[in-house]
Design a protein around this ligand. Structure first.
Ligand code: GLN
Length: 454
């Protein structure tokens, strides 16, 4: 009830939610009854959960921020939603996002922007700005997000929250409306590292419904966070700092906060090691070929027949109806990427664009392999700037894409990443995050390091 009250009080300004559940209290009451009856429930039973609208739910609409899916009701729950329900979490509502998770500011939602609770004139990051804003504004204690190129970590950075992109395959993508299937991962957005670990323990692990799910025996991430908070995990830890990012043009306060965090880590016994990642400068370019290519294929299913809206064209052919529906249903950024992706995949251009981008992807993976031979984690600022103003970059796709400079390499390599708050930038008083990256399957290391530093 407290969270519903909070939503009623602030969401008119923040607009983190696209839909608020009308039966969350009934679910909570049921959990109370089960608890009273002596049922052993998990640590998060009864805790409200905000769910990014890219994740399908049977009891609330799932739009992925798009007009084309307005009012769409899924016949099944995403695995992460089903597991959350089974653990007694209470789905509170669906959060706003850039349409089909394309964007870094949540301005590309078909349902209007979300505002950053720290400053309502600024963006909450994207694409998962709704989940991050809901957590930052105390509308929800926990949220789910998806991260294809940074959509969990960059919103966490600009809202002073914690966001984790798990190892690719560590959390099921079943029921996550696909953006780019080789890059997408679902993960937690929370106010501290332990909360993220608790939620990750609930949603993670093998799922036969996801062909890329890893059958790994994962350790408890909550335990890893507790260990980090307790102990001396920073002692002797080798932290890699990427040489090529030194002159990447980060905002002054972002760089200052990053250096201060490194100094704190050093004081606790961490060793800072300069590493080189020579191919990272091509990561954004490679990503913005691979992502549109996969997205253009994934979004082909919105054909006016199988899902969502249909625009009638009297006397028109099936193709006319499809074209009219996609024209009316998709927003400008989605159309831009479908055109880019279709072009990059077309005969005659495939090798030059998609093929080259895949080769760059391998080189970036090799940069990580080389770096992790000598360091335990890599640290970077989570994004180049603090929250920018709503409208500032909306007409400049390249500026919007360059936001993802530090987050994209992890998705290209499939490795885990965490963003935790590292203070406020002196010049604008806005939150800044520090990102840690670890080798694939070493998510627990990020929880230990994150909890030690927060
Ligand atoms: N900003 C990135 C993009 O627009 C991130 C997307 C994501 O992680 N869903 O593609």
């Amino acid at each position: 009830q407290a969270h519903l009250d909070r939503i009623a009080a602030v969401d008119g300004d923040v607009h983190a939610f696209l839909h608020v559940s009308d039966h969350a209290l009934d679910i909570a009451a049921d959990i109370d009854r089960r608890r009273a009856a002596g049922e052993a429930l998990g640590a998060l039973a009864g805790v409200p959960l905000a769910i990014k609208d890219v994740l399908v739910t049977t009891d609330m609409p799932s739009t992925s921020g798009s007009k084309i899916l307005e009012g769409y009701m899924s016949p099944y729950d995403a695995t992460v939603v089903a597991r959350s329900r089974a653990a007694g979490l209470v789905p509170l509502g669906k959060t706003n996002m850039d349409e089909f998770a394309m964007g870094s500011s949540t301005e590309f939602s078909a349902y209007g922007p979300t505002r950053n609770p720290w400053d309502l004139d600024r963006i909450p990051g994207g694409s998962g700005g709704g989940s991050a804003a809901a957590v930052a504004a105390f509308e929800a204690p926990l949220a789910l997000g998806s991260d294809t190129g940074g959509s969990i970590r960059q919103p966490a950075h600009v809202t002073g929250t914690v966001g984790i992109k798990p190892t690719y395959g560590g959390v099921s993508r079943y029921g996550a409306i696909a953006l780019a299937s080789s890059l997408d991962q679902v993960g937690p957005v929370t106010r501290n590292v332990l909360d993220a670990g608790l939620l990750h323990d609930v949603i993670g692990g093998y799922d036969a419904h996801d062909a890329t799910s890893i059958s790994e025996k994962w350790p408890s991430f909550a335990d890893a966070a507790r260990e980090g908070a307790r102990g001396d995990v920073l002692k002797g830890l080798k932290v890699g700092v990427i040489k090529e990012f030194a002159d990447a043009g980060f905002q002054t306060g972002v760089s200052a906060s990053f250096r201060a965090a490194l100094t704190t880590m050093q004081a606790q016994g961490a060793e800072i090691v300069e590493i080189s990642a020579p191919h990272f400068e091509y990561a954004v370019a490679a990503y913005y070929l691979i992502l549109p290519a996969e997205a253009s294929s994934n979004l082909a299913k919105f054909d006016s027949v199988r899902f969502g809206m249909r625009v009638d064209v009297p006397g028109g052919t099936v193709e006319d109806v499809m074209a009219a529906t996609r024209d009316a249903g998709f927003g400008p950024e989605v159309k831009r990427r479908i055109i880019l992706g279709t072009y990059a995949l077309s005969a005659g251009y495939y090798d030059a664009y998609y093929g080259s981008a895949q080769k760059v992807r391998t080189l970036i993976q090799q940069d990580f392999d080389a770096a992790f031979a000598s360091v335990d984690v890599i640290a970077t600022p989570s994004a180049p700037t603090t929250a920018f103003r709503i409208g500032e970059k909306i007409d400049d796709p390249l500026q919007m894409y360059l936001n993802d400079l530090t987050t994209i390499p992890a998705n290209l390599a499939g490795i885990p990443g965490i963003s935790i708050p590292s203070g406020l930038a002196e010049e604008d008083g806005l939150p800044v995050g520090i990102q840690f990256l670890a080798p694939a399957r070493q998510d627990a290391r990020l929880y230990r390091v994150g909890a030690a530093l927060e």
